[in-house]
Write a protein that binds this ligand. Structure first.
Ligand SMILES: Cc1cc2nc3c(=O)[nH]c(=O)nc-3n(C[C@H](O)[C@H](O)[C@H](O)COP(=O)(O)OP(=O)(O)OC[C@H]3O[C@@H](n4cnc5c(N)ncnc54)[C@H](O)[C@@H]3O)c2cc1C
Length: 256
């Protein structure tokens, strides 16, 4: 089937895109990679009167790696992100992208388009939730940043307004004390996942880190020297005994 007639607009800049959105409201749809929108239009599930193409909008193609984040612009394709030199610093994103469809889909489709579409079987919304990403929105009214938890509501729904576009998505850099996992099951390679999971785990401070034979874990945990010898040792001993007498808890202390 062919899509219903529409008027085509190409956004020269992000500001221009915001103007077109303000002009046509809920009768305009943004076209990024078109990998979800065009099938919907062909099936007449979507029939917008205006299509706003951002796929060649230079200031939305950016991929910026900062000290504490990776920021992906709305027109950056999966492929460009996957081939970016810094992607190995964000291994969960690289793994997730490799599960998205096939190469032709990754050549055109965008991470931001996937977030906007919010297909519950999509890999990138799950990763964005696991990492605690932030969505940057823009309209003629101004810009705002929304946490992914507040942005994604139910399947295929988000809190974006009719006159807004997603300018970029910002993934925080995983802390050194985190690990991640991504796994999915699909009936055939490249299919949408039947089930999948993305997670990030933050390790807490390690307790009992020096439980080695012949050593008293309490010595390391609280940094105190057991009573016994004179001088500085006695001073520490007294402090140690004082704390014990006051019932101080050593539990929450950091290890040395
Ligand atoms: C055969 C096939 C297999 C696929 N397999 C998978 C898969 O395994 N996993 C997966 O996650 N996806 C899969 N996809 C979908 C693919 O990932 C899409 O690319 C993605 O869902 C949408 O990205 P897009 O850039 O193509 O967006 P588009 O299709 O252009 O847009 C999707 C929706 O998001 C809106 N939108 C896009 N950009 C913005 C923006 N900047 N601001 C506001 N709204 C915006 C559009 O208006 C539209 O409503 C598959 C697609 C096909 C055709």
């Amino acid at each position: 089937m062919k899509p219903a007639p529409f008027i085509y607009h190409r956004a020269e800049t992000a500001a221009h895109a915001a103007e077109v959105l303000a002009q046509f409201g809920d009768d305009v749809r943004i076209l990024a990679g078109g990998q979800s929108l065009l099938p919907m239009m062909n099936l007449r599930i979507a029939a917008p009167g205006h299509l706003l193409d951002i796929s060649k909008t230079a200031d939305l193609m950016t991929i910026e790696v900062g000290v504490d984040s990776l920021e992906v612009g709305a027109a950056a394709t999966y492929r460009r992100v996957a081939e970016h030199g810094a992607i190995e610093q964000f291994p969960i994103i690289a793994t997730a992208i490799s599960h998205v469809g096939h190469e032709p889909i990754r050549n055109r489709g965008t991470i931001v388009g996937s977030i906007a579409h919010n297909d519950p079987a999509g890999e990138l919304p799950a990763v964005a939730l696991a990492l605690g990403a932030e969505v940057q929105l823009r309209s003629l009214r101004g810009s705002r940043s929304v946490s992914i938890d507040d942005f994604l509501t139910e399947a295929y729904c988000t809190t974006i307004a009719d006159d807004e576009l997603i300018e970029a998505i910002r993934f925080p850099r995983p802390a050194a004390s985190t690990g991640h996992g991504f796994a999915e099951y699909a009936r055939r390679r490249g299919d949408y996942a039947s089930a999948g999971v993305a997670c990030q785990v933050r390790y807490g401070p390690r307790r009992f880190s020096c439980r080695m034979p012949g050593r008293d874990p309490r010595r390391r945990r609280c940094g105190a020297t057991p009573p016994g010898r004179g001088g500085a040792h006695r001073l520490r001993r007294d402090r140690w005994l004082g704390r014990r007498a006051r019932g101080a808890s050593h539990r929450g202390q950091r290890h040395r």
